[in-house]
Each structure stands twice: as structure tokens, then as C-alpha cells.
Design a protein around this ligand. Structure first.
Ligand SMILES: [Zn+2]
Ligand SMILES: [Zn+2]
Length: 368
């Protein structure tokens, strides 16, 4: 199939301002990466922040979309050898394009790379200019340092693209939280990452899984039960900590994860609901606002508190294996698909700004 000369991509130019533009098709030279035909790109809370203009405007104009899944259309020989892919392969693309040589990269902490080249759908240094780096586009121009993961081709794109939220669930619950066979887990927040943490905890063999949500989260809490949560708590109707203590015979849970945006109380609830010596994983950003809490609680109960920054390759790889195993009805989590023309509406739908729409997982499908 012959490629078109121009490629359509969504360009954000300001807060809530996204327009479709045409870009010339990049020429992939021998030292370049490749060209990825985007099948689907997921949307998350940081897309909402970016859309509203709460992140730095120095990034603009840019092509957003940092959770892409697609088919390799073109690849240089050197990149094909490095990635082990050929045209036609389906891959997931990580957001960061690291240097792959600094001390942090070599230690596996490439998400904090000191000399990062840029990102797919996040910030890029001004000298890279406006390019086809983000996933809200027909094609992504891959850098040789881009990080790819092969994904089996027979899974529906809207499900395969869940490698991103599911990778967060795997890393935050299992790798950082230490959820394992028999663990008792409290997951605060029932968004797509809360649900992903339920799936990861269930897959890891957790004993008891408890999930919290708001009164309006009925659909999400129902999904949590479907994915393996044993108990759900409506935090507007009952006290989280006393319910968790009563469900665990007064002991508290082994692991608590705070995945709630902006709210302070779930952090305090997490610290009070874990057992003596338990672990608390913090992943819900609070808009840089301070959270008041008693650090004595952490000391006297010998707690471990972990900050969950981003997801790493191991998290994504295990999430992809979980998707490929097909054991969970992941498609139940996918609620909305939009085309490239409707990105503003897609983001507003995920953000809960569209009356009557209850969104959990939203994806952009350029061919839709
Ligand atoms: Zn995201
Ligand atoms: Zn580096």
C-alpha cells in the first residue's frame, strides 16, 4: 500500500485549542528510527491537564498523545536490528526517548534520564521543533532511541492499547507495592489506573482487594468487582479506614495505593489503613498542594512510603503479557473511541465534562 505524501496530526496550540494539520511524510534515513502507523492512542488524566493548559506552555505547539499503539510502516536497518522489528509488526511505544547512556539510563532509571532526547506526546526540547512525535496523528516518527514493545496483532486495538494504564497497575501495585500471593490490598481511586491495579493485584494472586470510589463512581466500582475486587467502598457514604479495619480483622492491609487526583484525605487514609510494617504507594498527584499528615504514624508503625513516578519497561512488558493472556474482560473497561477530528471532545469526555457520558478508558483511533 502506497503511503500518502502528507500525514494528518492533531496540534495543540493553546489551552483547549487543538487543530488538525498536515505534515510532510518524513524520510527515514539510515540513522533514523522509523515510521509508525497509529492504530490507537489512549488518553489519561495528564492529557486532560495538558489540554486545559495546566502544564507548561513552552511545549506548544505540539502533537499530544503519549499512549500510542501502532504498526511499523517503515524502519531503518539499524533501528530494525536494535528493536527486533520489521514492517507489519505491532508495537507499543513508551513516552520517553532517553539517551540510553547516562548513569540513570544505565541503572534502569531511564524515565529520569539526564539527557533525554524528547518524548512521544510529552515535552520536547525546542530544537526538535514541531514534529510527528505524538500519538494523536496518523503516523509517529520514531527516533532510534524510542522504546518499543511488540504486541500480538490479533487483539482489538482498543484493548491492546491498554498496555499503558495496565503497565501502571503492574508497576505500582506489584513492583512498588510488593503485592504478591495472598496480599491484602487497598486501592484508593477507581479510575482506569485504579482498575488496572485491581487487575494486576488479582493476577499476582492477592488475597483480598478493596477499592474506594465516590458516589458517582458506581459504574467503575462495578467494573472493579468484575475484575476481582472483593469489596468496594463509597467514601462519601462510609469511613474508609474503619471499614478497612473491620474487613481485615483490625489488622489493616499489607499494601495501600493512593491513585486519587487532588484529594488529600486518601493519603491520610492510606497511612492509617495499612498494617504495621505495611507499604503505601503514592501515585495520585495533588497539583503541588501540600498534604498535612502525621509523620509519627509512619515512624511508629514502621511504614514504607513509595512515590510512584511513571512506569518502566518491565511494567509495560508484563502488562502486555497480561493482555495477551486474555484472562480478564479488559474490553469492559473501554468506553469510548474517537477519531482525530474529535480529540477535544474525547478529552472532555474522559474528564467528565460531557453530561451523560461515563468514561473509563477512552482511545483515539485515527482510522475511525
Ligand atoms: Zn497517560
Ligand atoms: Zn540517559
Amino acid at each position: 500500500m502506497a503511503l500518502a505524501d502528507t500525514i494528518r496530526a492533531a496540534v495543540q496550540t493553546g489551552p483547549r485549542q487543538i487543530e488538525l494539520r498536515e505534515f510532510p511524510r518524513p524520510v527515514i534515513g539510515p540513522q533514523d528510527g522509523g515510521l509508525l502507523r497509529v492504530e490507537a492512542c489512549g488518553i489519561c488524566g495528564s492529557d486532560v491537564e495538558q489540554y486545559r493548559g495546566n502544564l507548561s506552555s513552552q511545549w506548544l505547539p505540539m502533537v499530544p498523545g503519549h499512549e500510542p499503539l501502532g504498526i511499523i510502516e517503515e524502519v531503518s536497518d539499524s533501528a530494525a536490528a536494535r528493536w527486533g522489528v520489521q514492517p507489519g509488526d505491532r508495537v507499543a511505544v513508551e513516552i520517553l526517548i532517553p539517551c540510553r547512556s547516562c548513569d540513570l539510563c544505565l541503572a534502569g532509571r531511564y524515565m529520569s534520564c539526564r539527557h533525554r532526547i524528547g518524548s512521544h506526546g510529552g515535552s520536547n526540547p525546542p530544537e526538535r521543533g514541531l514534529g510527528l512525535w505524538g500519538g494523536f496523528a496518523e503516523y509517529i516518527h520514531l527516533h532510534p532511541n524510542s522504546i518499543l514493545h511488540k504486541v500480538r496483532g490479533d487483539i482489538p486495538a482498543e484493548v491492546a492499547v491498554m498496555y499503558n494504564p495496565l503497565g501502571a497497575g503492574v508497576r505500582w501495585a506489584c513492583h512498588l507495592g510488593g503485592v504478591e500471593l495472598g496480599s491484602t490490598v487497598l486501592i484508593l481511586g477507581a479510575g482506569q489506573r485504579g482498575l488496572a491495579a485491581v487487575l494486576a493485584s488479582r493476577a499476582a494472586g492477592a488475597g483480598t482487594i478493596i477499592v474506594t470510589g465516590l458516589a458517582r463512581d458506581g459504574f467503575k466500582l462495578g467494573l472493579a468487582r468484575e475484575f476481582g475486587a472483593d469489596y468496594v467502598i463509597d467514601v462519601e457514604a462510609e469511613d474508609t479506614v474503619s471499614r478497612v479495619l473491620s474487613l481485615t480483622g483490625g489488622a489493616g492491609v499489607d499494601v495501600a495505593l493512593d491513585l486519587t487526583p487532588m484529594a488529600a484525605q486518601p493519603v491520610r487514609d492510606a497511612l492509617s489503613a495499612v498494617r504495621w510494617g505495611g507499604r503505601v504507594v503514592l501515585a495520585g498527584l495533588k497539583g503541588r498542594e501540600p498534604v498535612s499528615l502525621s509523620t509519627d504514624l509512619i515512624i511508629n508503625r514502621a511504614l514504607t512510603v513509595v512515590g510512584a513516578f511513571s512506569v518502566d519497561s518491565r511494567g509495560y512488558a508484563e502488562a502486555i503479557r497480561l493482555i495477551e493472556a486474555g484472562r480478564f474482560p479488559l474490553e469492559r473497561m473501554h468506553t469510548h473511541t474517537f477519531g482525530l477530528e474529535d480529540i477535544g471532545r474525547a478529552i472532555e469526555t474522559l474528564a467528565g465534562e460531557v453530561p451523560g457520558e461515563e468514561a473509563v478508558h477512552v482511545a483515539i483511533v485515527p482510522a475511525a
